[in-house]
Design a protein around this ligand. Structure first.
Ligand SMILES: [Fe+2]
Length: 501
C-alpha cells in the first residue's frame, strides 16, 4: 500500500473535519470545549491548568541532598502544556500542545528549561489566540485547512534523543525534531518519502545498542519502523491491524515485536459529526483483546492470539526463552480513566482514578496460547533499566498509588519479577509523582545498578520538583530533591540522555 492509500484510510478522521467544509457546518453545532472562566481548580491539579505559551527556565535549581557525581546529562520530559485559548478550554488532557522540559545535570548543579514545541498548529493558534483545528478529545470546528495528520500534530507525548536530534513525539503523526541543547524546533521528521505524515508512536523501544523500533497505528492500519542508532530508517512495513482504534505502546523481545490491542472501535459517524477522535472511541467489552506477535526479522510473519477484553496503555519490557515470550504491562479494565478521570481533571475536579495493575503476559508460541496474570498494586508508567530492553529483566519501576481508594500516584516502587518482592517509597500526602526512569550508573554492568529519577508536584509549595533515588534502595528515600521555583504542567513521558564526560 502506498502512502496516499494509507493516508486515505488513516486520515479519514481528520478529513472529516477538514476537507468537506460543508460538513463542518453541522460540526459547528456540536463544537464543545469548557468555558475557561470560573473554574475552581483543586490545588492538587494545579499543573493541569497549563500555561499560556510561555517558556520558563531556572539556571540553578535548589538541591536538597546530593546529586551523584556520575549522574550527568539531560533528563528530557514532554507533556501537554497549553489547554486554553480565547476563554475556551480543552476537554481532554491529551489535547494540549507539547511542552518539552530539559533538566540538565552538570558539575554546577541542575538547570531547568521548558519550551513549547513550535508545531504548525501551535504557531497558528498563538497568532490567532483561538483554537483553529480539531483536537483529540474536544470537538473544535476547523478554522484552517487540515490536510494531513501533521496539521493537528501537538507533539505532546514523549521525547527522546536519537543521533543529533531530539524527537518530540505524538502518536497520530510525525515526530518533531528539536535542538537537544536549546529545545528549538527544527521541524517534522520524514523517515522516507512514502512515510510522510505517517503515525509514529511516542513509545519507541530502544535496545542497549541503540537499535530503535517504533510503530504507528490508526483506523485499522499499522506501520512498523526499524531505525538505526544514528537515526536512519532501515526497514518499514505497512499492514492491516487486527483490531482497534488506538494502540498506544508495545513491547519488543529478542526476536519479536508484541502488540496488545484492546477492543476499541471508532464511531466514524461521530467523527463526521465533528467529535474528536477520543470522543468517538467505543469500547466493546464482548470482543477480545488481541495479541499481535510480529517477527523482528520478517515483518510479514505475524500471528494473532486472544485474551479477554481489557485495556492497556503502557508496557515495561518483553523477553523470550524457548519460544515463550514474557511481556509485562499495566492493565486496566476499560477506558474509564481516559474518559472520566482525564475529563474531570481538565475541569479541575479531583476524582479517584480507575485501578490499573502490573500485568504479566506469557505467550507460548509452540502452543499458540496467551495467558495473563496480574498483581494488585495500583501503578502506571512502567520502566526498566535501558540495558535490558528486549532482554530478560529482573526489575520493573513504577509510580504507584499508596492509597487504593484515592488512587493518586504518590509513591515509587521497584518490583523484583523473580521473587515478587517490592521496594517502595511514598511521599504520602505531600506530593504526586510522574513517571520515573532508570539511569545506569557509569561503568556498571549489572541491571538495577544506578539511579531512578523522576518528577513530582509538591502539593503544599505548589512547585515542581525532580527526584534522584538509588535504584537499588528506593525505601531509603530520595538521595536528592531538586526544587524548581515554579510549577510546570504535568508531563507524560521522557528519557535521560547521559553526557559523554
Ligand atoms: Fe504513554
Amino acid at each position: 500500500m502506498d502512502r496516499r492509500a494509507f493516508f486515505k484510510s488513516t486520515g479519514a478522521a481528520f478529513a472529516a473535519s477538514a476537507l468537506p467544509l460543508g460538513a463542518l457546518q453541522s460540526a459547528a453545532v456540536h463544537a464543545q470545549g469548557i468555558s475557561a472562566d470560573k473554574l475552581e481548580f483543586d490545588p492538587t491539579l494545579t499543573p493541569l491548568r497549563g500555561f499560556h505559551g510561555q517558556d520558563v527556565s531556572c539556571e540553578r535549581a535548589q538541591i536538597e541532598g546530593r546529586i551523584p557525581d556520575d549522574l550527568r546529562g539531560t533528563f528530557y520530559r514532554n507533556g501537554p502544556g497549553l489547554f486554553e485559548r480565547g476563554g475556551m478550554r480543552y476537554e481532554h488532557w491529551f489535547d494540549g500542545d507539547g511542552y518539552v522540559n530539559a533538566w540538565k545535570f552538570t558539575d554546577q548543579g541542575v538547570a531547568h528549561q521548558a519550551r513549547f514545541v513550535q508545531t504548525r498548529k501551535f504557531i497558528a493558534e498563538q497568532q490567532a489566540n483561538v483554537f483553529l483545528v480539531p483536537a483529540f478529545g474536544t470537538a473544535i470546528t476547523a478554522k484552517m485547512p487540515v490536510r494531513s495528520n501533521d496539521d493537528v500534530n501537538t507533539a505532546n507525548t514523549s521525547v527522546v534523543r536519537l543521533g543529533d536530534r531530539l524527537l518530540a513525539m505524538w502518536e497520530g503523526g510525525s515526530a518533531t525534531a528539536l535542538d537537544p541543547e536549546t529545545l528549538e524546533t527544527r521541524g517534522l521528521v520524514t523517515w522516507a518519502p512514502e512515510l510522510k505524515s505517517m503515525p509514529f508512536s511516542a513509545h519507541p523501544k530502544i535496545e542497549a545498542d541503540g537499535t530503535f523500533w517504533n510503530f504507528g497505528t490508526f483506523l485499522g492500519k499499522m506501520v512498523l519502523y526499524h531505525i538505526s542508532a544514528s537515526g536512519t530508517l532501515l526497514r518499514h512495513a505497512v499492514f492491516d491491524a487486527p483490531s482497534g482504534g488506538m494502540v498506544h505502546d508495545f513491547a519488543v523481545s529478542q526476536k519479536h515485536i508484541v502488540f496488545v490491542m484492546p477492543p476499541i472501535g471508532i464511531d466514524i459517524k461521530a467523527l463526521r459529526d465533528g467529535k474528536g477522535i477520543g470522543q468517538a472511541m467505543t469500547w466493546d467489552a464482548n470482543t477480545s483483546t488481541k495479541v499481535l506477535v510480529v517477527e523482528k526479522a520478517d515483518f510479514s510473519r505475524r500471528r494473532i492470539l486472544e485474551l479477554p477484553a481489557h485495556m492497556v496503555f503502557h508496557f515495561g519490557n518483553a523477553w523470550e526463552e524457548n519460544n515463550i515470550i514474557r511481556v509485562d504491562y499495566v492493565r486496566s479494565q476499560n477506558l474509564s480513566v481516559f474518559d472520566e478521570w482525564m475529563r474531570k481533571g481538565m475541569r479541575g475536579e479531583r476524582t479517584p482514578s480507575a485501578q490499573s495493575h502490573p500485568a504479566f503476559l506469557r505467550i507460548d508460541l509452540n502452543r499458540g496460547r496467551a495467558e495473563l496474570t496480574h498483581r494488585n498494586e495500583n501503578v502506571e508508567f512502567p520502566r526498566v533499566d535501558p540495558r535490558v530492553v528486549a532482554k530478560r529483566n529482573r526489575s520493573i519501576f513504577y509510580p504507584f498509588a499508596e492509597n487504593q481508594k484515592d488512587n493518586s500516584l504518590n509513591s515509587v516502587m521497584r518490583l523484583d519479577v523473580d521473587t515478587g518482592k517490592t521496594d517502595r517509597f511514598s511521599f504520602g500526602a505531600s506530593a504526586l509523582v510522574e513517571e520515573h526512569v532508570f539511569v545506569p550508573k557509569r561503568g556498571s554492568q549489572r541491571e538495577g545498578e544506578g539511579y531512578l529519577i523522576g518528577v513530582g508536584f509538591d502539593l503544599k509549595r505548589q512547585q515542581t520538583f525532580g527526584t534522584v533515588f538509588d535504584g537499588s534502595n528506593l525505601a531509603a528515600g530520595p538521595m536528592a530533591i531538586i526544587r524548581l521555583p515554579y510549577w510546570v504542567p504535568t508531563c507524560f513521558h521522557g528519557n535521560f540522555h547521559a553526557s559523554n564526560a
